[in-house]
Design a protein around this ligand. Structure first.
Ligand SMILES: C[S@@+](CC[C@H](N)C(=O)[O-])C[C@H]1O[C@@H](n2cnc3c(N)ncnc32)[C@H](O)[C@@H]1O
Length: 222
């Protein structure tokens, strides 16, 4: 069994301030200026996305894609779709830049929060949104760094689509599911949190955690 870090000494259970933080962010508007490199990346990909949406092709985001193993798989599974793998880390993305990606997949170096904001302001609608093994930020004081405690959560929800989050930390999954239902969107409900065993890993982190014998959790919303 591989040695890999388990989430320990972490916050236990759903954060007591979750509802307050989520509702505050859902009732306020995005303030932070968009990072220049993210604006440029958005402007570059926009014509392709506009064309795909106009043609009725499914648009799928793989947010925080890391080395983009999942982006590649999603593109192969959805040959008619346009798949954007988004990550802020150039070094992680570069591992795939040198390999040929399927034609319908594109890697974007960007801050997800800014990219989601630009995309939702543009009115883009996703068919699916994968958020696979986001950084957990397990200390209680870091709730606002988790996606559901982040101001960008409202932009994520505005983008819509079937949202799937995977994590090795159940608290993250429970909070994410609860936050989606707190938002009380007519078109988006969390279907629940389930433990699962990957038949074939979708990402490198999934493989690492599974090989280490850790339980994996999945949240599915539509
Ligand atoms: C734990 S890794 C998981 C990577 C991949 N999804 C996997 O499962 O192998 C989290 C990834 O999210 C990216 N990330 C974290 N915060 C981000 C942000 N604000 N904007 C874009 N990428 C971010 C990191 O660079 C990292 O590649």
């Amino acid at each position: 069994m591989t040695r890999t870090r388990r989430i320990s000494k972490a916050q236990q259970g759903i954060h007591k301030n979750l509802e307050c933080v989520v509702k505050k962010h859902l009732n306020s508007t995005h303030q932070k200026p968009v990072a220049e490199h993210t604006q440029q990346a958005f402007d570059k990909i926009k014509p392709l996305v506009d064309e795909a949406l106009a043609a009725g092709r499914p648009l799928i985001f793989d947010s925080g894609c890391g080395t983009a193993m999942s982006t590649r798989i999603l593109a192969e599974q959805n040959p008619h779709g346009l798949i954007l793998g988004i990550d802020r880390s150039a070094s992680r993305l570069e591992k795939e830049y040198n390999r040929q990606l399927p034609q319908n997949a594109h890697l974007i170096r960007a801050e997800c929060a800014d990219f989601w904001h630009l995309a939702s302001r543009q009115g883009w609608k996703l068919s699916a949104h994968k958020i696979l093994y986001p950084n957990p930020y397990p200390k209680s004081k870091h709730l606002k760094r988790r996606w559901h405690g982040h101001p960008a959560f409202s932009d994520m929800l505005a983008l819509g689509g079937e949202i799937e989050l995977r994590t090795n930390w159940k608290v993250y999954a429970d909070e994410f599911c609860a936050a989606i239902n707190l938002a009380n969107k007519r078109t988006l409900r969390c279907q629940g949190v389930e433990i699962f065993i990957p038949q074939k890993p979708l990402t490198l982190f999934e493989k690492k955690y599974h090989d280490a014998g850790q339980p994996l959790w999945r949240v599915f919303s539509k």
